[in-house]
Design a protein around this ligand. Structure first.
Ligand SMILES: [Zn+2]
Length: 72
């Protein structure tokens, strides 16, 4: 089951990955409703989707393969 909070927390963009490296493993992010609300979903080629969040964050590309495997 996919939950938006899990998708947002595991955003695969470079900024979010770098941000996670700077936080301790026990860090639990507090997300606002805008960070957990989708404004748009765009196709990326035929292999992925780009999620556009209400707070303007839109650099995460989620591949169908990883979505199906529950990797996000
Ligand atoms: Zn991101």
């Amino acid at each position: 089951m996919l939950q938006l909070a899990n998708l947002r927390k595991s955003c695969p963009c470079a900024n979010c990955l770098a941000d996670k490296l700077n936080k301790p493993a026990t860090y639990i992010p507090l997300l606002s409703s805008a960070q957990l609300t989708l404004r748009d979903i765009k196709m990326v080629g035929n292999y992925a989707i780009q999620l556009v969040w209400q707070d303007g964050h839109e650099t995460g590309i989620y591949t169908f393969d990883k979505l199906k495997e529950g990797k996000y």
